[in-house]
Design a protein around this ligand. Structure first.
Ligand SMILES: Nc1ncnc2c1ncn2[C@@H]1O[C@H](COP(=O)(O)OP(=O)(O)OP(=O)(O)O)[C@@H](O)[C@H]1O
Ligand SMILES: [Mg+2]
Length: 429
């Protein structure tokens, strides 16, 4: 039997050569480190086999499991096997290892994704580690807490975990926690039975029930009320809830992913967030770093967003960005992270008059005062006013989500007047 997919396997054992010989014998296509000098960083490997008959295996297991599934193996010792599984091993095999046992392990992992995650762009080391976290989380049913500043991609990561997991064919239900007032909480989350209260003329399924077999994504979990916290803790702990007017608990099978841009540890210390809930959610933690800490991702993200939005210009084919404009982006701090970069590119595509985005197409706040070269500085008052006009129009269009009438209203001008200006500036909406 031969696996098309090649595995990068890390074996941590005095008997590593023996294992590699078995992999060879049973036809597994793999790469192994040639010598200890050849040892790659953990993110390079797809799977690890860890011998737990060696000293310090617990610490090793803790390190490895952050990056890849770990198959523990050792002598027949039930206590140790249980401990290894508790510490996060994905499987346990008893020595001497049998070919068919190893085969079944690889069979299980053959569709296991490589580090690349569809739709998640990035080449930085940090993003590679995020991808490893996603891969690992997708393999389990453990709850996940995703933290990071606004616009860093928390929802994108949550969806990626769902889409790569066994739950992918069931619902991914987003619950925007801060949008549900306490008065509607139970009805929204758990639903109600017909006749539960005046006006309950039908039985309503709550969001949690919709997610049965799938994933619930609690967005902005740091902002929820004490009541909300208590209600969801029960679902997490018991795997069940009671509908309004219901007489018995409804069992649900859901994986919970939560996201926040707040410091939950601080919130726990200040008594704003339940510590027990925090620990229940934070089984796997994925931290999304701000874009300014992974600047090497900016060029590839820029290219990706140009391709994504280029089709919005019917009169022009925007293909790239000048070196100077990219340099300005590289020097910018992106308080709004990836979402802000996407916005800037979308805006530049609407404004540009050439097939390459230039510095002139970027918003003025991106350009640092000291780096604004002669060519970027408006040469006369007319140009300066036009640039300001463009900025205001863009902001109004952003706010109105591209609706020209609404944007005109925000700007205090007539719709036809705005249309004429858009035409003059060759802005495509
Ligand atoms: N690594 C990435 N590759 C491609 N697109 C990304 C990446 N990170 C974020 N984005 C895009 O940036 C936008 C913001 O991402 P997302 O909504 O997931 O962020 P968020 O962290 O949930 O933000 P907020 O805290 O404001 O809710 C989305 O359009 C998303 O597709
Ligand atoms: Mg979000």
């Amino acid at each position: 039997m031969s696996f098309l997919r090649s595995f990068n396997i890390l074996v941590v054992s005095d008997e590593a050569d023996k294992l590699y010989r078995i992999f060879d014998l049973i036809g597994i296509n793999f790469k192994k480190p040639q010598s200890s000098r050849d040892f790659k960083s953990f993110t390079y490997y797809d799977i690890a086999f860890l011998d737990i008959d060696s000293d310090g295996w617990e610490k090793r297991l803790y390190e490895l499991k952050q990056y890849m599934p770990v198959i523990a193996f050792g002598k027949s010792d039930i206590n140790k096997a249980v401990e290894a599984m508790k510490l996060g091993a994905t499987d346990f095999l008893i020595k001497p290892l049998k070919n068919d046992q190893i085969l079944s392990i690889f069979e299980k992992f053959k569709n296991y994704p490589k580090v690349e995650i569809p739709g998640l762009i990035g080449i930085s080391k940090i993003m590679e580690e995020v991808c490893c976290g996603i891969k690992k989380a997708a393999l389990t049913d453990s709850n996940v807490l995703i933290t990071g500043e606004s616009g860093t991609g928390k929802e994108l990561v949550a969806r990626a975990i769902h889409n790569l997991s066994d739950r992918k064919n069931n619902q991914f239900v987003v619950i925007n926690c801060s949008a549900i007032p306490d008065t509607l909480l139970e009805s929204e989350l758990f639903g109600f039975e017909r006749g539960a209260f005046t006006g309950a003329t039908y039985t309503k399924k709550g969001l949690i029930e919709w997610a049965h077999g799938g994933t619930v994504f609690f967005d902005e979990i740091g902002d929820v009320s004490p009541l909300f916290q208590t209600k969801i803790l029960r679902v997490i702990q018991e795997g069940e809830f009671i509908k309004i007017g219901g007489s018995h608990p409804v069992k649900v099978d859901v994986r919970i992913i939560a996201a926040t841009n707040q410091d939950l540890i601080k919130a726990c210390k200040e008594g704003r967030f339940r510590e027990d809930l925090y620990y229940r959610l934070n089984v796997i933690h994925i931290e999304l770093p701000p874009l300014r800490n992974r600047k090497e991702d900016i060029p590839i993200l820029t290219e990706f967003f140009i391709k994504k939005h280029a089709s919005k210009r019917k009169d022009l084919s925007v293909k790239g960005i000048t070196e100077e404009a990219l340099e300005s982006l590289m020097n910018y701090s992106f308080p709004g992270n990836v979402r802000e970069l996407e916005n800037i590119i979308e805006r530049a595509i609407a404004f540009t008059e050439s097939s390459e985005i230039t510095v002139k197409d970027l918003p003025s706040y991106v350009l640092k005062p000291h780096s604004s070269k002669k060519s970027t500085f408006p040469s006369n008052l007319k140009e300066a006013i036009e640039s300001y006009e463009k900025e205001l129009i863009w902001q109004a269009l952003q706010k109105s989500k591209g609706n020209i009438s609404k944007a005109a209203e925000l700007l205090g001008i007539h719709r036809q007047q705005l249309q004429r200006i858009l035409k003059r500036f060759k802005i495509a909406v």
